[in-house]
Ligand binder design. Structure first.
Ligand code: COA
Length: 355
């Protein structure tokens, strides 16, 4: 007897559906040429090795919440206004170590006393946040969630370190999830999430947490001022990123019952254009099915995928129901992927499916 094919079991209950997108980039633009005036680097090197031409930097005194509020406002407007039951903020550059930044964002958006919390999974934070937000909807805890990915890594990089200062930019992207029906355009999931804490050293900000307070709070003996900044072991990160995003994409395709041929577009975390093309090559996915905006924004960490989603939405690059996979990799190490059916424009359907 032939073994029966694997059966995809749809979880019961309301299904999480995307219904709004927003993105915000701060005004100041830092070009490669500008960086090359003060660092031992060049526009040619940065473009060839990373695909980045420019990045945005938060204005002096600005913070992650300022960008998150703007992106959140846009996503809510794109979802037709109204309120939400929860605000989830994926960030690893919160305004403060404590409290979380999401409650401040919710208050400034005038959303009232809604649930609001941060998720810290670095560059994978948006995918983790999407899985958590989708679970809130599925569990009936929320019928509408505002999920924002926002980061300001330019406040953490050592401006004199040419290996990191060229990579990172600031920004925020946001989506609104609502309770909907399984299989309708905009449906999100399944997900694949993973981590490997044994390699936390590869992307690390040594100071500022409970293990090693900031130098101004308590100068540790022999402390290195560079430990206030993000350290990245670029070459190793590159290899882990390619391997993990490929495997995670395959896992999510298996769970969704999709083949690679079904996938209209892959939206990978924008860390380095060479990482994205290596992922496509290893998956045997034609490069024209990759979406990218790294040239204009650099690596915006938790904002990377929602900014790319917002841009794709704004430009009308996909049709309702197109199968899309997002995949991310970041510090932790963490990684994650999600299957998305591209949403329809226009007013969202009634969450209970009433005509
Ligand atoms: N300008 C000019 N030369 C530079 C440079 C810069 N900005 N940064 C490094 N170099 C030099 C190195 O010193 C090295 O010189 P050497 O050969 O004389 O030793 C040479 O360029 C090659 O360095 P290498 O690190 O091997 O380059 P790379 O091709 O791996 O690119 C990264 C470096 C950082 C761009 C790349 O590894 C990367 O993108 N990694 C992942 C990004 C990341 O960590 N993102 C954050 C988490 S998602």
């Amino acid at each position: 007897m032939q073994p029966s094919p694997p059966r995809i079991v749809e979880p019961c209950g309301p299904s999480p559906v995307l219904c709004g997108f927003g993105g915000h980039l701060p005004e100041p633009v830092v070009t490669n040429h500008e960086l090359a005036t003060r660092l031992d680097t060049s526009d040619e090197w940065i473009r060839q090795r990373t695909g980045i031409a420019q990045r945005h930097r938060v204005a002096p005194g600005g913070a992650t919440s300022d960008l998150a509020v703007e992106a959140g406002r846009q996503a809510l407007a794109s979802a037709g206004g109204g309120t939400v039951d929860a605000v989830v903020l994926a960030t690893s550059t919160p305004d403060h170590i404590s409290p979380a930044t999401a409650p401040d964002v919710a208050a400034r958006l005038g959303l009232g006393p809604v649930a609001a919390f941060d998720i810290g999974a670095v560059c994978s934070g948006f995918v983790y946040g999407l899985a958590v937000s989708a679970s809130l909807v599925r569990a009936g805890v929320a019928t509408r969630v505002l999920l924002i990915g926002a980061d300001t890594y330019t406040t953490l990089v050592d401006p004199n370190d040419r290996t990191t200062a060229i990579l990172f930019g600031d920004g925020a992207g946001a989506v609104v999830l609502r309770a909907g029906r399984a299989g309708e355009p905009g449906a999100v999931g399944p997900f694949d999430l993973g981590s490997d804490g044994t390699r936390k050293d590869l992307i690390l900000v040594p100071n500022g947490g409970s293990r090693q307070r900031s130098r101004s709070a308590r100068p540790p003996v022999g402390s290195d001022p560079r430990d206030d900044h993000v350290h990245v072991v670029g070459g190793e990160v590159f290899q882990h990123a390619v391997r993990r995003m490929c495997q995670s994409t395959r896992n999510v395709l298996d769970s969704a019952g999709w083949s690679l041929d079904d996938v209209a577009r892959l939206l990978p975390h924008q860390a380095n254009h060479r990482i994205a093309t290596a992922v496509a090559r290893r998956l045997d996915l034609p490069e024209d099915r990759l979406l990218s905006n790294i040239e204009q924004v650099g690596n915006t960490a938790g904002a990377s995928i929602p900014l790319l989603l917002a841009r794709t939405w704004e430009r009308g690059l996909l049709r309702p129901g197109d199968k899309v996979v997002i995949t991310a990799f970041g510090g932790g190490l963490t990684w994650g992927s999600a299957a998305i059916s591209w949403p329809s424009p226009g007013p969202p359907e009634d969450p209970l499916g009433r005509e």
